[in-house]
Design a protein around this ligand. Structure first.
Ligand code: FE2
Length: 432
């Protein structure tokens, strides 16, 4: 494959990307290509990027593929709270079969991949003696590996200590092949159970050499402070950047004095943070009257402290969230709005959080990025810079995974009929 007229971040000139045997074989400036490394007629596929931005794939850092597309089954979440969502999910989970999970998750993965999301960290609820969701997702991971990379978190939705045989099920899930170990300390019956669940989690993750991703303090209760325990464990065990704190929405409600003390420990921990701005602005603040809290963790301050932050959709049309469509730019756009990150230097961070930031959370570093010798995974987006991507949330024109074109989208064209002839409308800002 040859990609022509590619705009790459950090390079002023347009480039050509040559792909051979699934890897990026060469990157050259267009005007240096009078003597191309590989003759052009030997390429099976030639893509003209037309000066558009070519990025490494979007990364979905947090989604629940076992529950996608179940909204309204058996009933809708009318309160919009996390806890009603968990209750409804427990009822739906009783009906789960492997085929049911496989079918729905495949649809969601196609939504994601067609929009350029090629690395996906999914949680699989393991509070089920049969481990149905986990087994279905482990099989699916193999089935789809030619077009998307999935990482699976063994996620104890009802707790490690509070659910019968929770710790045993977690260990079984890790032995079966889950990549990441999870926990949900704020949902355990007691604070002591919450702390104990984290100790069990680290023991098992270290024993089986797994990453860690915790649903941590996903509540508006300013007294929910498991993030400090998680950070201390990440620091003391040396697991550091192998640990991720997802949600941490209570941090939104902590006092500034406590956060200033907490931040020192978070920096020492080196943990990753995942925010889910669509779902958490929807679920959080539901017990507030007015003013209503936004319910997203402090991503601006975490980034300023040098910590890695990435973003997830969390849910597509399930008991927790009725919307969601796999467009990571929509997720980034919401994060920047809710996080008050609309400064000139801040807006591009939205794209960073759904690309490189996600790659750090998922530990993809060695295979991620557009560099010679790396896996040929990249997307051609319908825009020229990150500011434009966040503003317009354009489609992904071409999606390439391991050197193969796996999806393409033609952008919509608007025409205005107010003059004598139709006028084509582009949404570029000519003054920038
Ligand atoms: Fe989640």
């Amino acid at each position: 494959m040859l990609v022509r007229h590619a705009r790459l971040s950090g390079r002023a000139e347009l480039c050509q990307i040559a792909v051979n045997k699934g890897k990026i074989a060469a990157i050259q400036a267009e005007d240096e290509c009078s003597a191309p490394l590989i003759p052009r007629d030997r390429f099976e596929t030639v893509i003209d990027a037309e000066g558009l931005l070519v990025l490494p794939p979007y990364v979905e850092s947090h989604i629940h593929l076992d529950s996608v597309l179940t909204a309204g089954e058996p009933r809708w979440n009318e309160s919009g709270t996390l806890f009603e969502g968990i209750q409804i999910w427990m009822e739906r989970q009783a009906l789960l079969t492997e085929e049911d999970v496989r079918e729905r998750a495949t649809v969601a993965l196609k939504w994601l991949a067609s929009q350029g999301v090629l690395h996906v960290r999914t949680h699989a609820d393991i509070c089920d003696p049969q481990l149905t969701a986990l087994k279905a997702l482990l099989r699916l991971k193999e089935e789809v590996r030619s077009w998307v990379n999935i990482q699976i978190v063994a996620f104890p939705q009802q707790g490690i200590c509070s659910y019968p045989r929770g710790a045993e099920l977690l260990e079984e899930a890790l032995k079966l092949g889950a990549d990441v170990a999870g926990a949900i300390p704020h949902f355990e019956y007691t604070r002591e159970d919450g702390l104990n669940s984290l100790n069990i989690l680290f023991e098992l993750a270290q024993k089986h050499n797994k990453l860690i991703d915790v649903h941590c303090d996903e509540i508006d209760d300013e007294h929910s402070r498991f993030v400090e325990a998680l950070a201390a464990l990440a620091y003391r065990t040396g697991m550091r950047e192998r640990v991720t704190a997802s949600h941490t929405t209570a941090m939104h409600s902590y006092s500034n004095a406590y956060v200033s003390k907490l931040m020192r420990l978070l920096k020492l921990s080196g943990m990753n943070f995942v925010a889910n701005p669509l779902v958490n602005t929807h679920l959080q603040g539901r017990f507030d009257t007015y003013p209503k809290r936004r319910g997203m963790t402090r991503i601006k301050e975490l980034i300023e402290a040098g910590l890695n932050v990435s973003l997830g959709t969390d849910c597509f049309s399930d008991p927790w969230y009725p919307l969601g469509n796999g467009n990571m730019l929509q997720v980034a756009n919401m994060a920047l709005h809710v996080g008050h990150m609309t400064g000139r230097e801040e807006i591009p961070l939205g794209v960073h959080m759904v690309t490189e930031g996600g790659a750090r959370t998922l530990h993809l570093q060695e295979r991620y990025g557009i560099e010679e010798g790396k896996s040929a995974d990249f997307i051609v987006v319908d825009g020229k810079d990150p500011m434009e991507l966040i503003r317009r949330m354009p489609v992904t024109r071409y999606v390439v995974y391991r050197g193969k074109l796996i999806a393409s989208t033609h952008p919509a064209k608007a025409q205005l009929h107010i003059g004598e002839t139709a006028e084509s409308i582009v949404y570029d800002n000519p003054r920038l």
